[in-house]
Design a protein around this ligand. Sequence first.
Ligand code: PEP
Length: 247
Amino acid sequence: MRRKVIAGNWKMNKTPLETVEFLKKFIDLIKDVEHDIILCVPYIDLLVALELTKNTNIKIGAQNVHFKDSGAYTGEVSPKMLQDIGVEYVIIGHSERRAYYNETDESVNMKIKAALEHELKPIVCVGETLEQREVGVTKEFVTTQIRNALIGIDAKQMKKIIIAYEPIWAIGTGKTASKEDANEVCHWIREELHTLYGDVADEIIIQYGGSVKASNAKELFEMSDIDGGLVGGSSLEPEEFTRIIKF
Ligand code: PEP
């Protein structure tokens, strides 16, 4: 049985002080939960989040990373830096970064490799637009994103990667994919992983993301190929995020 992994993506929300306020409540609310819990916070909140979650069941992640260790890349943060402060996870290829910062399958692939070299576990996001869904190319598009993202990644490395299926039309819109549609795409992703990695595919965590809330988490997370979720807006309130985690 695969474990359930629920990750929060705070996006560009919360100051360090607000992070402290959130964690003061949240740590207590989820202390007995057995699912894996990850909080992906803004860079500026990482140190305080790492400090406050020491000896808890919460893992901390970043929301992006550069593919170089150091250099003249103003405003960027390297995998070496994240590793150095004890970050465990990093979101790579979120659709907002693909849309607003020109991230491509190629840069996603480079970032995955760089993250793995520094013992960071990537949460790799894939997902189709509404137009792609409507013209029926979801399977082709998403499996191509997967193949391209994973070029040069071997089976041992693959075990450290989480895939998040996030239909773009469902992110931050309040529209959630139906549990059947979400599961179908997660299943296609697992089939693609089978083609690439054989039985290792059955161990890989595949999350669903896109307007997950307390009211729909259970039906989504209980589907056969959905192993938890990547949660944006609903991860900002400790009580709501806890209800999702305790689905
Ligand atoms: C996300 O940011 O990955 C996401 C799924 O956002 P939301 O839950 O707000 O749709």
